[in-house]
Design a binder for this molecule. Structure first.
Ligand code: OAD
Length: 232
């Protein structure tokens, strides 16, 4: 069996990392147009760095939870049976990797990586970013930004994602509000392809009506239950 799993901020919520669209979510306290767009970065890079530096530090202080570990178990046990898990996350944190997942597709990039706007180099970056820092590759300052996908930018690896969806036997969306495209459109695409779909979330998402099945509750409870079910 090939499983395509899409995860969102809800999978890391119980690790203490905030979601975006809850009542006290990140986008209720911070302006995404200022902090998560290329235009916002061009206008005030220091403010953008401050926002992502804090999130990078919060991530380092957080630990993976039972939902991340359950998905690692799913990957291992599917592979042992000749199957596959395509784990596609909108999250920029590294909690799936720290739980042991070996192949994680970060469609919105990674906060522990930096991208140089001068030379295009992408590299691991665990410390703070700042406007005055020079790129280790080209030596020019002012061009380093978090290697994350902002509003108005194209997510990474859409061709590979489409191919993985086409090859999948099951589609599950976990901890995502279904409000940001193209990820929010995956369930409709899976439906067109005739793939059984399931939503696993705290509450019905914006696209809940498109799923064949649903499981509602905290991810640390629902994801282990989902994995047990998928492994039969
Ligand atoms: P959202 O904050 O939009 O949605 C998080 C979802 O997780 C909501 O539907 C919550 O109900 C659910 N949730 C919260 N706590 C949960 C828990 N303990 N267990 C299970 N579910 C829980 O986050 P995303 O859908 O990931 O993009 O947001 C998508 C994109 O919007 C992000 O990647 C980011 C953001 O703007 C960019 O920054 C480009």
């Amino acid at each position: 069996m090939k499983v395509f799993a899409l995860t969102g901020a809800g999978v890391s919520a119980e690790s203490g990392l905030g979601t975006f669209r809850s009542v006290d979510g990140l986008w209720s306290r911070f302006d995404p147009m200022r902090l998560a767009t290329p235009e916002g970065f061009a206008a005030d890079p220091a403010a953008v760095h401050e926002f992502y530096n804090l999130r990078r530090r919060n991530m380092a202080a957080a630990a993976p939870n039972a939902a991340h570990f359950a998905l690692t178990e799913l990957e291992t046990r599917l592979e042992a049976r000749g199957g596959e898990l395509f784990l596609c996350t909108q999250n920029i944190d590294d909690l799936h990797e720290r739980a042991g997942s070996r192949r994680v597709w970060h469609m919105h990039g990674e906060i522990a990586r930096a991208l140089c706007l001068h030379c295009g180099t992408r590299r691991d970056w665990r410390g703070d970013l700042a406007v005055e820092l020079a790129c280790p590759r080209c030596g020019r300052a002012g061009g380093l930004r978090p290697d994350v996908v902002w509003f108005g930018e194209v997510p990474y690896g859409m061709e590979e994602i489409e191919a993985a969806l086409e090859a999948a036997d099951r589609f599950v969306a976990i901890g995502t509000s279904g409000s940001v495209y193209p990820a929010a459109g995956f369930v409709a695409r899976a439906g067109d392809l005739g793939i059984p779909t399931m939503e696993v979330n705290l509450e019905p998402s914006d696209v809940a009506g498109l799923f064949g099945e649903s499981l509602y509750g905290p991810a640390t409870e629902t994801v282990p239950a989902l994995v047990a079910r998928l492994l039969g």
